[in-house]
Design a protein around this ligand. Structure first.
Ligand code: GLC
Length: 437
């Protein structure tokens, strides 16, 4: 029996080796042709090249406007927009599946700020340095946070597109003064719930996914805690962090949030907000453009922006944002670069800022009159300070695993399956195990 099993196993192993070596010889040939990355891979003789650009659904429609403008200026390049899952975790997994299979079905794609090291290390994206040098793109023109986040092994793997920071959006027709603390928010949300056709007091993202990690980072930091400190130490099991988790649990279980708040991502929360269902929402800057979009929103002109409420240690916003990169297996690296350069350059970012309220990664654009006119809050001193002070999520090479631990235990705390103390202790233990590996 044993021998039979072993010989079967041997056969499977041999078969696998054969398959893998066949694959790797294919890889090396495709890699070398793609990685040469020169103009030969693309048409160059007046033939139209079609690129596929992938990103999550853009609720504001800014991407369509930007893509149209690029195609107008580059008649030899056609862009097909591939809509990916909005949930960043699901989007991540879709890219990983595609790129692990060395697929060339997408050319350019968006990268969440938490992914560049992982994607560079896995060899999914093209290093951009030679394009950057050839075209004289000055990386010093960009906000250095995302530039550094996309630098790995001394190379630039993605171009910064926009910065996200968690903010409080509120209805100026219902709220006379933005709440200063989480307790103020709770009082106002309870009082305002049900007024002027609202159904809820406050909207947040509490589904078990990456957005919950962002909301948790904000609560924890506003009470003076953190998940992992700047030295890589796990510090989540502290009285401050537990206070933050407790406040999140209290808010998520209060009667002024939707009863099914544990199914809410950005999409569910922004939809309820623009339909006029709540006076307050925690969301990213794009919420502003969406709330003022006459085709979609019932609250146009009635939205103001404020920092997130304060805990014992002040207000804290999570740092988010997106970059864009070129699929290493793209058959059109040069055209992909042209598109990437446009999208993340002055012109592309300006369109994105005006149409989609996305905060530019080129600080000079905050001086642009049209951008400020479309997004008055970008011009306020508090916004720049908030961007600079935004809290990064734990920095770890295996971030998805760390994120999963946070997602699971914060969800359990919300569901009452673990106390905030138990959740903090479990996160501490599991994160330490992952980081030791
Ligand atoms: C936003 C942020 C991103 C974050 C995501 C979570 O898209 O820009 O960094 O991971 O929200 O839902």
């Amino acid at each position: 029996m044993r021998i039979l099993k072993n010989s079967k196993l041997l056969f499977i192993v041999l078969a696998l080796i054969l398959v893998l070596s066949a694959c790797s010889s294919n890889n090396s040939s495709s890699n070398s042709s793609n990685n040469s990355g020169d103009e030969k891979a693309s048409s160059g003789d007046g033939e139209k090249v079609k690129l596929v650009y992938a990103r999550g659904k853009d609720a504001t429609g800014a991407t369509d406007v930007m893509v149209e403008e690029f195609m107008k200026q580059n008649p030899n390049i056609e862009i097909e927009f591939r809509e990916m899952p909005t949930d960043t975790g699901a989007q991540h997994d879709a890219y990983v599946t595609m790129l692990n299979a060395e697929s060339s079905e997408i050319d350019v794609f968006d990268i969440d700020v938490i992914w560049p090291a992982e994607f560079a290390q896995a060899g999914y994206v093209l290093p951009l340095d030679r394009f950057i040098e050839k075209d004289g793109v000055n990386m010093d023109d960009y906000n250095q946070g995302p530039v550094t986040a996309a630098t790995f092994n001394g190379k630039q793997w993605a171009m910064p597109k926009f910065i996200d920071t968690g903010m409080l959006f509120y209805r100026s027709d219902l709220v006379s003064e933005a709440p200063k603390t989480w307790d103020d928010l709770m009082t106002q949300a309870s009082e305002l719930k049900g007024q002027e056709g609202t159904k809820f007091g406050y909207l947040m993202q509490a589904k078990q996914y990456e957005g919950l990690v962002c909301n948790a980072v904000e609560f924890v930091a506003s009470y003076g805690g953190a998940f992992i400190d700047e030295n890589g130490e796990v510090v989540i099991n502290s009285p401050e962090a537990i206070k933050g988790i407790s406040k999140l649990v209290e808010v998520a279980n209060s009667d002024f949030v939707p009863g099914n708040i544990n199914t809410f991502t950005e999409v569910e929360s922004h939809t309820a907000f623009i339909e006029g269902q709540a006076p307050f929402i925690r969301n990213w800057p794009y919420q502003y453009a969406l709330a003022n979009d006459e085709e979609q929103s019932k609250i146009v002109g009635n939205v103001e922006v404020a920092p997130l409420p304060e805990g014992d240690a002040g207000s804290a916003a999570a740092l988010g944002g997106w970059m864009a990169a070129i699929n290493k297996f793209s058959e059109h690296p040069q055209e992909s670069w042209e598109f990437l350069k446009f999208m993340t350059g002055q012109e592309g970012q300006k369109i994105d800022a005006i149409e989609g309220s996305h905060a530019p990664t080129l600080p000079a654009l905050f001086e642009d009159k049209e951008i400020i006119e479309a997004n008055p809050f970008f011009g306020e001193e508090g916004f720049q300070t908030a961007l600079e002070a935004a809290v990064s999520r734990p920095v770890a090479p295996n971030y998805p695993e760390i994120s999963e631990i946070i997602q699971i235990h914060v969800s359990k705390a919300i569901a009452g399956e673990e106390t905030p103390e138990e959740a903090a202790a479990a996160m501490e233990k599991e994160m330490n195990e992952k980081l030791e590996k």
